[in-house]
Design a protein around this ligand. Structure first.
Ligand SMILES: Nc1ncnc2c1ncn2[C@@H]1O[C@H](COP(=O)(O)OP(=O)(O)OP(=O)(O)O)[C@@H](O)[C@H]1O
Length: 241
């Protein structure tokens, strides 16, 4: 079966870096998988996520994505096609940066649909449905700054899904949350994979990795293990090296 996302020889050398942040990474991710990316601080996790998502252009290697419009080479997309992918097929749940504090929860989600050309009324109706589905009914008109960290992450998850994204990238989605809220947020992300979406999550948290179907561990920019769950013990040992 053709993977949804496939990287070959993915290499990222930052200017001034002594060694590459990513060193010839090969990775295939199938539709519906939940993949945790683990590794010690500085091992290249975020760099890998950003290269896979087309946020960063790698210095070498390729990333293929099985878009609904046919295969695309993520590493060489032009800005227009990259924007289309981000609007329509990719979702992002990052700790910060994507949601706007001055907008309400509803507006933050609806704007993702409006960017795809959906009229405001319909976009807001869809956004309200997702917020309700994610347990935020009644908080639609709160500004982001008036929400807790866990509530804000739910808004991010709603935003990542309202577009119909097939592939969700999450970078430490539970990093700033207490353990009970982390479990709830991860439940919501994993529920998305039950509906056929694919989840790639960078995490330091062995509990998060344990609940993903697969764990990829990086060390010095290379994949040193790639195992189906349960892999938390091996991953935790690697991370604490
Ligand atoms: N913009 C940049 N310019 C130069 N070097 C960078 C840049 N971003 C990351 N690096 C370096 O690349 C390596 C990998 O960084 P990356 O952020 O991918 O690691 P990480 O595993 O996500 O780390 P952490 O767990 O601490 O977030 C590190 O050595 C880092 O210092």
């Amino acid at each position: 079966m053709t993977p949804l996302l496939s990287a070959r020889g993915l290499t990222m050398q930052y200017p001034g870096g002594v060694t590459p942040a990513l060193d010839a990474v090969d990775l295939d991710i199938g539709a519906g998988e939940s993949v945790a990316i683990m590794g010690a601080s500085g091992s290249g996790k975020t760099t890998l996520l950003h290269c896979l998502a087309g946020i960063l252009r790698p210095t070498a290697g390729l990333v293929s994505f099985a878009s609904v419009q046919g295969p695309v080479r993520v590493e060489s997309l032009d800005d227009g096609e990259r924007s289309r992918l981000r609007r329509e097929e990719l979702g992002f749940v990052f700790q910060q940066g994507l949601l706007l504090d001055e907008l309400t929860a509803l507006e933050n989600v609806a704007v993702a649909r409006m960017l795809a050309g959906v009229p405001r009324g319909q976009a807001e109706a869809e956004a309200a449905q997702w917020l309700q589905h994610l347990g935020l009914a009644g908080l639609e008109q709160r500004r982001l700054g008036e929400l807790s960290g866990g509530q804000a992450q739910r808004v991010a998850i709603a935003r990542a899904q309202v577009t119909g994204a097939r592939l969700i990238f999450a970078d430490e989605p539970t990093g700033a949350l207490d353990s009970a809220t982390s479990v709830e947020v991860l439940d919501l992300l994993l529920a998305a994979t039950q509906q056929g979406r694919t989840l790639v999550v960078v995490t330091h948290d062995a509990d998060v990795a344990r609940r993903c179907a697969r764990t990829v561990v990086l060390r010095d920019g290379r994949v040193v293990s790639d195992t189906a769950a349960p892999a938390a013990a091996a991953s935790a040992a690697e991370v604490s090296r």
